[in-house]
Design a protein. Structure first.
Length: 91
């Protein structure tokens, strides 16, 4: 029960990306540091789908100011953004 809350966030985001954008990632290529924008995993449509997942799963609405290459670079940076935003909500 003393699990790091960001671990669950990272696992959820990774699982969503694998299932929705990488056909389940059969080769296990997705890592926390995989460059999602650079590799074309996150395009405009996929980013919207991911943001909807984050809102549904964590109750976080990502503001336009956070939709940038730094925050959406990889699973690790997306996890940090969600963690920061949930901490800001007092969650």
């Amino acid at each position: 029960m003393a699990q790091d809350p960001s671990e669950g966030v990272s696992e959820s985001i990774s699982a969503f990306i694998k299932e929705r954008f990488l056909d389940g990632d059969p080769k296990g290529e997705l890592e926390e540091t995989t460059p999602l924008l650079e590799w074309g995993v996150l395009n405009s449509l996929n980013t919207v789908l991911l943001l909807n997942h984050i809102r549904g799963e964590f109750g976080v609405t990502v503001p336009p100011a956070r939709l940038n290459a730094r925050d959406l670079k990889n699973v690790r940076t997306i996890t940090a953004m969600v963690r920061d935003m949930t901490a800001g909500k007092g969650a």
